[in-house]
Design a protein around this ligand. Sequence first.
Ligand SMILES: Cc1cc2nc3c(=O)[nH]c(=O)nc-3n(C[C@H](O)[C@H](O)[C@H](O)COP(=O)(O)OP(=O)(O)OC[C@H]3O[C@@H](n4cnc5c(N)ncnc54)[C@H](O)[C@@H]3O)c2cc1C
Length: 293
Amino acid sequence: MELEKRIQGKVLRDEPLSKHTSFGIGGVANYYCKPKDEGDVRTLLSFVRETRIGLKILGNGTNILFQDDGFRGMVMENPFRHWSIEEDVVTAGAATPLAILISATVQRGLGGLEPLSGIPGSVGGALITNAGTVAGETSQPFLSLRAFDLDGNPVELKGEEVQFVYRKATLPKPLLIKEVSFQLTPKDPGESEAIVRDLLRRRKETQPTRVKNVGCIFKNPDGDHAGRIIDELGLKGFRCGNAEISRVHGNFIVNRRGATAKDVVELIQLIRDRVLQERGISLELEIEIVGAD
Ligand SMILES: Cc1cc2nc3c(=O)[nH]c(=O)nc-3n(C[C@H](O)[C@H](O)[C@H](O)COP(=O)(O)OP(=O)(O)OC[C@H]3O[C@@H](n4cnc5c(N)ncnc54)[C@H](O)[C@@H]3O)c2cc1C
């Protein structure tokens, strides 16, 4: 039976990935799937196994650069957008936007997620990338997660079963995260709101807004800031095609309408080469570049 008829959600064929990422870049995915519920997710996972195609799970698409030749296989959103609070633990579906969760927990007088303010990702994406700011990272309030392995079996991981380092979580095997629980602490909403406001203000002052981008391109090297180094080397404003090193923040590349992944990759290489040459530092990517297969 055709995949479209096997699930209640949507299957889009040859869907441009540029429509689903904050960079607005990327070729087509053979299958772009929007499952409606857990049953759909299991059906899609079995289709991937049967047909042996590649699978990429997508959150809000704010840390991913898909290549111009797209993705041969299935790109899958996830349908889990619920959240609930029990005492001082919040449990949220992986697709829940961080902003919604932060606002809901702050209003209930629970602190712990404010450091993630302004990060445009989903709960699942934040977990996988151990997203964070100067104020803290996702690993800190992390308590547990529920997920599916790629055979569709339920998996639960707690505390140290997930290993976190700077901007990366290591899971024991590839998983589709369904929901994540965070341990919060009672906190005066006014105090939390002040932290949120301060982080959002700083972001507005130091980062490009209103242009398509994927946040910081490189991880900060030990004891330094990638953006500061790029700025010092006079690289702000450099372009490859329609991709430009932001004039506002050196660690951002912006899509000046119509940039291709090739433009971005060339610019990344240019920055890496110059930083290695001039500073002897090998910059590591913070964003994920996903190839066709
Ligand atoms: C303007 C801007 C500012 C940013 N600022 C910050 C910042 O301050 N700090 C920071 O850390 N990041 C920042 N980012 C990057 C990005 O927002 C974070 O990395 C975010 O956590 C990614 O979440 P996402 O839902 O968009 O994930 P995606 O980009 O969709 O995916 C990221 C990874 O997670 C995987 N994934 C997503 N959901 C699931 C799931 N349910 N199950 C299994 N795997 C999954 C994907 O396969 C992929 O490997 C910024 C980005 C932008 C555009």
